[in-house]
Design a protein. Structure first.
Length: 295
């Protein structure tokens, strides 16, 4: 069983690392915050740097917020690249720029290691339940080595192509999620303002063609007014920025993605950057001067 380095032990990384530890992997851990004590208590080894993690591990997993964080973990002084050796595997499970990912992969491969981009979908709930969807880009040989590891953290694991394709898939996922949140918000707002009970409307819609995981989970959040994060608006804004920047470079238009981003920006302007992304409905409610469920 391979030894795994894990860098980034926040909301997502912490339960993901715990699943690997429970499965019997020896973990070498690093984070800017203190290492979770439960991981150390079960044998995890706290390391002072990414370099030390790489020196002690067969594969290094990174789970941090954004592109600059991944770059720093990999290439800053004391970073993973300084400790990597031939035959190792670096796996970035963050959600970052596909273009930057391709450059990171080239630099790591020049050191003799393989690189996989393997962003996830499913949020904190999926991380805790080991039910994440994992979208992987990179060489098939490295994927085959890491597949049993991914299976301990997720249920839907797919090699979608070469380096960068995993991140491209994640950006596509975030477009669909944002636009579906907006659609659910509009539908429930319309029903509520028309005088119908939004909870019963949601219940009825769950049995039809409009049913979705977002209607199920985030529709309930909207009705119950629970906007404590799961997945923060500011993180979804970051992902939609990647989509819109990519669209510009490709010369295509993503008009509804741009609208969803503006709705998130409205929420952030009203103090909501740390709301759950289902809180996008609050921007719609402000425009309508009506809150779902209020008469």
């Amino acid at each position: 069983m391979i030894d795994i380095g894990f860098i980034g032990l926040g909301t997502m990384g912490r339960p993901m690392a715990k699943h690997l530890q429970t499965a019997g992997h020896r973990l070498f851990l690093h984070d800017v915050a203190p290492i979770p004590p439960e991981l150390v208590a079960e044998g995890g080894v706290a390391c002072k740097s990414g370099k030390e993690v790489a020196e002690k591990s067969d594969a290094v997993i990174i789970m941090v917020p954004d592109t600059p964080h991944v770059e720093a973990v990999l290439f800053s002084e004391g970073g993973v690249a300084q400790g990597i050796s031939k035959g190792q595997i670096v796996v970035d499970m963050s959600s970052i720029s596909p273009l930057a990912t391709k450059e990171f992969a080239k630099k790591i491969e020049a050191l003799g290691a393989d690189y996989l981009d393997a962003p996830v979908s499913g949020g904190e709930v999926g991380a805790k339940a080991a039910s994440l969807t994992i979208m992987v880009g990179g060489p098939e040989r490295a994927f085959n080595t890491m597949k049993p590891v991914f299976d301990k953290m997720g249920k839907n694991v797919t090699l979608v192509g070469g380096n960068g394709d995993g991140q491209t898939t994640k950006v596509a996922n975030q477009i669909i999620v944002a636009l579906t949140i907006e659609a659910v918000g509009e539908a429930l707002l319309f029903a509520s303002r028309a005088g119908a009970d939004p909870a019963l409307v949601r219940q009825a819609l769950m049995g039809g063609f409009a049913s979705s995981r977002i209607l199920e989970v985030h529709g309930e959040r909207m009705i119950k007014r629970n906007f404590d994060p799961g997945f923060r608006i500011e993180l979804h804004q970051k992902d939609l920025n990647l989509a819109l920047e990519g669209a510009r470079s490709l010369g295509i238009s993503l008009p509804n993605t741009a609208i969803a981003q503006q709705l998130f920006s409205s929420c952030a302007a009203h103090g909501g950057k740390a709301w759950d992304h289902s809180g996008m409905v609050k921007a719609l409610e402000m425009m309508a001067n009506h809150e779902i469920g209020k008469t």
